[in-house]
Design a protein around this ligand. Structure first.
Ligand code: NAP
Length: 320
């Protein structure tokens, strides 16, 4: 048997976050033996959070990494094969079968589910990276509730920043918005809501140059941020309990460029339900969703893509 024949699958799921694993659970239960290329850092953005309190079914919350481990096990239970490998190249031009390459392997499949998610953009400071999940977060919806009556700061000036700052005011007693310019890029209506909120103080023309922390038992805890005035170069510090970064997300779609249609920001476009511009290639989760970006919506989307992919394979009589 040739290598190609050994590596041929009914369906390959690219991505190992809530969308990818949910797709794999449904495809597995549908007896399609999916291969999941979950990426070197499998688990997606939930690996960066601590407690997840808003995923239905866990009244007492669940740790993000634990939730992903459970989803992964559930997919394996139904026959999914999962490899923690990054996809380096795809070729959808001739398919089906479509070609998918990892660093040292090549696979073909009659259907593909793209679930590579999106990554939050970070400032890139060493102190910020070290404290992700321990006081530094890129998701107010996920982590805001941990800051009841605390003081937090949020970096950004777009619609996400406005939305997240407003959300944080439900919990925090004070929310600083730190923006590098003297104008927001957000829509006027969102800006106005921010201006009208007494709990929010805007620090214009500043960037965060360091996240300050101290040891609290075994854990490191955020205690402040060092700021630099972008006009004068002067530095100052603020005392905060948490720092939120809302400077945008980037869909993880580099490898699909030229293969399927995307919008101007790089999000995958879907046409008939979850099908992309290429028949047989489906997409789910944050890679298509700039609006909701929740684990539960990604999981729901993964389910939809799996159902669409299996119906399509059946219709085309492509199941082996
Ligand atoms: P965005 O519009 O690209 O805004 C990013 C913000 O972060 C900008 O204000 C930018 O500053 C700032 N920023 C970028 N890099 C930075 C850095 N290294 N240091 C400090 N600040 C930095 O991103 P977004 O807010 O996530 O929105 C993305 C898209 O989704 C937009 O089209 C938005 O309208 C849409 N969206 C819509 C809704 C809604 O309709 N409800 C909600 C969320 C998002 P500058 O302004 O100086 O460039």
């Amino acid at each position: 048997m040739s290598t190609e024949a050994i590596n041929h699958r009914n369906v390959i799921v690219i991505g190992g976050g809530p969308a990818g694993y949910t797709a794999a659970i449904y495809l597995g239960r549908g007896e399609l033996s999916p291969l999941v290329l979950a990426g070197y850092q499998a688990g997606g953005q939930l690996m960066l959070t601590t407690e997840v309190e808003n995923f239905p079914g866990f009244a007492n919350g669940i740790q993000g990494p634990k939730l992903m481990e459970e989803m992964r096990e559930q997919a394996i239970k139904f026959g999914a094969e999962i490899l923690n490998e990054d996809v380096t190249e795809v070729d959808f031009s001739q398919g089906p079968p479509f070609r998918v390459k990892t660093y040292d392997k090549e696979f073909t499949a009659n259907a593909i589910v793209i679930a590579t998610g999106a990554s939050a953009k970070w400032l890139g400071l060493e102190s910020e990276q070290k404290l992700i999940g321990s006081g530094v977060s890129s998701c107010a919806t996920c982590d805001g509730a941990f800051y009841k009556d605390k003081v937090v700061a949020l970096v950004g000036g777009g619609d996400s920043a406005m939305e997240e700052a407003l959300f944080l005011t439900r919990y925090a007693k004070k929310v600083y918005i730190i923006h590098r310019r003297d104008k927001f890029r957000a829509s006027k209506i969102m800006q106005q809501r921010v201006f009208d909120n007494d709990k929010i103080e805007i620090i214009w023309n500043h960037v965060v140059t360091e996240v300050l922390s101290k040891k609290d038992g075994f854990l490191e805890k955020v205690i402040g941020a060092e700021l630099k005035n972008t006009q004068t170069g002067e530095t100052s510090t603020i005392e905060i309990d948490g720092l939120f970064i809302a400077i945008g997300h980037k869909p993880n779609t580099e490898i699909f460029k030229g293969q399927i249609e995307m919008d101007e920001l790089g999000y995958v476009k879907t046409f008939e339900h979850t099908m992309t511009s290429k028949e047989g290639v489906f997409a789910a989760g944050d890679v298509v969703d700039i609006r909701y970006r929740q684990a539960i919506t990604a999981a729901g989307d993964g389910c939809r893509a799996a159902i669409d992919a299996s119906r399509w394979l059946e219709e085309k009589e492509l199941i082996v």
